[in-house]
Design a protein around this ligand. Structure first.
Ligand code: ATP
Length: 300
């Protein structure tokens, strides 16, 4: 499989919007077969990357290939499915009609009944899209990405606005589509979503690829624990192994650590006094800040 050509490839791609560099010398391949999670804070460049892959934008410098062709080429787009962050649906068309309308654009469309069943759209088929709830519209928008039997699917925050149950239903549908052979690139702010779906994770921060690894590898880098405690000497904590960063403010000390159990054991062994210890998982925002700080240190 080593020489299987990638479905999509970015080579040294930079994309600027005026003064803003949305993507900064990004190179990556999307190989067939996996669910790739694209993770990053607001403004990191995730949507820009997807728009280059789907051909709606062009790079300022560098090259983008989709199925070996320019992404704007209709022959490349026949096997591509997309759900952008916002989708406009024609209010007066029924859900079934929208599915049929989009399917008509593809040579080898998927079976509408299967798609409707998998995405929980059966009870909605006769409803006008204008009458759908926000969550139902989102499910339809994601289902439409799969109607053309695509080999590659780009989903930009597919579960935003969905409640927990709808989110899980959508994850199940995505997994089934993946088992049928679709390669999926999905952006998210939620580590939980990426953990549930992705095999490979690309972390983007300020237009650059900060990490590109399997899920376990990336979790090891961003899966930090956040320990808060009072009455402790910051110098003692700073010297301990596995401490990535500490902050001290009026409420006490916060340490971001790789292994909270090992941290607590070392703290107790140090015999330093402390009080009010609490451990939680670091938020993605905190993990990104740490990754970005690492990145700045490396390039300094
Ligand atoms: N059309 C545009 N004109 C000017 N700046 C833009 C444009 N599109 C994106 N940008 C800028 O490029 C950077 C990357 O934006 P992008 O939408 O790709 O980020 P993102 O990671 O998808 O963010 P979010 O998670 O908020 O959707 C941001 O600074 C954004 O303001």
């Amino acid at each position: 499989m080593a020489d299987t050509p990638p479905l999509a490839r970015l080579t040294d791609v930079t994309r600027r919007f005026g003064e803003v560099t949305a993507l900064d010398h990004v190179s990556l391949d999307i190989a067939p077969g996996s669910i790739v999670g694209l993770l990053g804070p607001n403004g990191a460049g995730k949507s820009t990357l997807l728009s280059l892959l789907d051909g709606t934008r062009r790079p300022t410098t560098g090259t983008v290939e989709l199925f070996g062709r320019a992404p704007g080429d209709p022959r490349a787009r026949q096997r591509l499915g997309c759900t952008p962050q916002e989708t406009g649906l024609p209010d007066t068309l029924r859900v079934g009609e929208v599915l049929d309308f989009v399917a008509a654009h593809f040579d080898d469309a998927a079976d509408r009944t299967t798609i409707a069943a998998e995405f929980g759209l059966d009870p909605l088929l006769r409803m006008q899209t204008g009458a759908l709830s926000g969550g139902q519209k989102r499910r339809l928008a994601v289902a439409l990405a799969f109607i053309g039997n695509p080999r590659l699917v780009l989903l930009d925050e597919p579960t935003t606005g969905l409640d927990v149950e709808a989110r899980h239903t959508l994850w199940d549908a995505l997994r089934r589509q993946h088992e049928r052979g679709a390669t999926i690139v999905v952006t998210s702010h939620y580590l939980e979503e990426i953990e549930a779906l992705a095999e490979r994770v690309i972390v983007i921060g300020r237009g650059r690829v900060l990490a590109d690894d399997d899920l376990a590898g990336v979790l090891g880098r961003v899966g930090l624990r956040c320990v808060t405690l009072d009455g402790v000497d910051a110098a003692v904590v700073e010297r301990m192994d596995g401490v990535v960063r500490i902050d001290v403010d009026g409420r006490g000390l916060t340490a971001w650590v790789r292994d909270s159990d090992a941290f607590v054991r070392s703290l107790v062994a140090s015999a330093a006094p402390f009080d009010g210890l609490a451990v939680r998982r670091a938020s993605l925002e905190e993990a990104f800040t740490t990754l970005t700080a690492d990145d700045e240190r490396m390039s300094a």
